[in-house]
Design a binder for this molecule. Sequence first.
Ligand SMILES: [Ca+2]
Length: 738
Amino acid sequence: MKFVPFFLLGSGLAATGHLAAAPPALIWSDEFNQPVGTGPDPTKWNYDLGGSGWGNQELEVYTDARENSAVVADPDATDGKALAIIAVRTAAGGYTSARLKTQGLFTTAYGRIEARLKLPIGDGLWPAFWMLGDNIGAVGWPACGEIDIMENLGQDPTRVYGTLHGPGYSGAQGLQGAYTLPNGQLFSDDYHVFAVDWSPDLIEWSVDGHVYFTCTLATIPPGTRWVFNGAPFFLLLNLAVGGSWPGNPDATTAFPQTLYVDYVRVYALLTVSTLAGQAGTSGSANGTGSAAQFNHPCDVAVDSAGNVYVADTNNHTVRKITPAGVVTTLAGKAGSSGSADGTGTAAQFNHPSGVAVDSAGSVYVSDTDNDTIRVITSAGMVTTLAGQAGTSGSADGPRTAARFNGPSGIVTDTAGNLYVADTLNHTIRKVTSSGVVSTIAGMAGVSGTADGTGTAARFYGPQGLTLDGAGNLYVTDTNNDTIRKVVTSTSAVTTVAGLAGSIGSDDGPASQALFYYPSSVAVDDAGNLYVADTDNHTLRGITPSGVVSTIAGMAGSSGIADGVGVAARFNFPTGIAVDNTGNIYVADTNNHTIRLGIFPAAPLITTQPQSQTVTVGANVQFSVTASGKPAPSYQWYLNGTALSGATGARLSLANVQTTDAGSYTVTVINNSGTVTSSVATLTVNSAPVPPSSSGGGGGGGAMEGWFVMALAFLALVRARRFRPVPLPGRPNFRCLSI
Ligand SMILES: [Ca+2]
């Protein structure tokens, strides 16, 4: 909104930390698919009520009545239902309408915030989808910041505005961009998606994915403050009538008028960097980070320690990248294709395009142009597990009796079985731990799209697959442009997302989303799928509830850029894997690089510092445990004053004196937010504390200590036993052509 109503001042602060607590990708949404005639979900939305202009000489009175806001059936909505925010002219000649907000219920800092809206039309109507800083009650407006994602003046239904307000650039001095629909189309005729992509120092406004306005730290007026980094904002939706910006309705304005809201969705943005390799330069050099080179890497897998394995396809090698970015060659010799078994450079591969790693550190390789499955020990010794080099086919059977035809995607389960996307056979194969190969879905040599069980199902050049903890395989059915699911216990095959034969980049419910040559998929512990949507040059996410979103890159725009969300660029990304902390690894094939994607998360304190009572001269240590991505930094305070150099998770105080007594706190900070611990009080007694009794209580104390240690040990054992096993993804690229 152009101006903010003063009525909002005095609102309370909402909790922060939603990003940290939520799974990646979609972190909040309202699809407005509740029963028709009901109001908006009260756990997600509340109302601003009343009206005396709202600071802008507006005419409407906001109500919470169903007459002004209700879920309605609308065939144009993605799920057939939308929230209708309705401006009504009353018999007395006034106006009622509705204004919804998430204040006190949901806030977010950073991410993609989008709504699919169909706008009203007519002079004096002023629909808006916007955000306000959650600290508005403490600092007021415009210091709290305001992000107007979409505003429209009803007299011009072809144009919408995006605006940023902050201290020194508010009201009429707000920073504003506009977007006009092509060919005279009207925003009142159909739904459009209005979004901001908000990251540190950068906010981009878009309509239907077309970015039309950008604000950065550098574009706000000199001497003013950027108040949008890491600050939580709440969402608002309203339909105002009249006011200083649109002017008032006239005889031409028809009432009632409706702002239709199909959905509101908030996504975390993936921050993409380059882990290793030189964009645009192929080669085979080992080294650290950008000193290393790859040649059309087609797949990645990651182990529980964060080591990344790469099918470096055109080098005919398998590479390893440590968490520190040090790249070595695990097996194979660059430039030397062949099928020799052996150790290290004595072994040969022929365009390996799929890689997986198990919990014991064995690496499995789809050696695509040899039509074999290879295994590499952690010492680099390579043997052929199944298939026969140089002889393609589809025969099931043990080890070298079995045949493959251009195998690519490969994944292991916890029992030592392998699953393989046998791409040119259009089938999904299983290799048991003893080397027996079977076909679990699809029919060799017969491509198609059919769902069904076992041989009744059809695939068309499936290239990637991954396995979730429940035994479901997810498959990128690459030439069908779909994502399929295979239940390993029954061989039942269904289509998860995409439409066979329809190329596109549409996000939304899985049944309506489109893909373009997806060639790899990975699944995280929460059941989110991540897809390398190769020919769109994007990474897609699919939530467990089936909502597809673009989490990085821009469809149709290839490139090398690191960045957040839509600012990042890929060039035919072909392999994808996710580790047990949710970090995403990508074989960015035509860039010859391995990319790393991290979902930022605000700091969250999991263990608070504890109060202590000691004697003068004691050594004291306070500690805090916190999560957050990127890894947070720390600053300790005594009685509110920052302690110089006290910037670790632990604060050590040697030889404390009575002057060290007081209230200790620690502030935990990263790019996504800031959180301060509870107070830990240090009490320093000047006289020695009498030694504790060693009488009857002594034995109890010893027993208690033993018991605590036993509990701690049990907790450690449990933590180790239940540590998640990574489920690496896999596939290939144009190394394989159908
Ligand atoms: Ca809807």
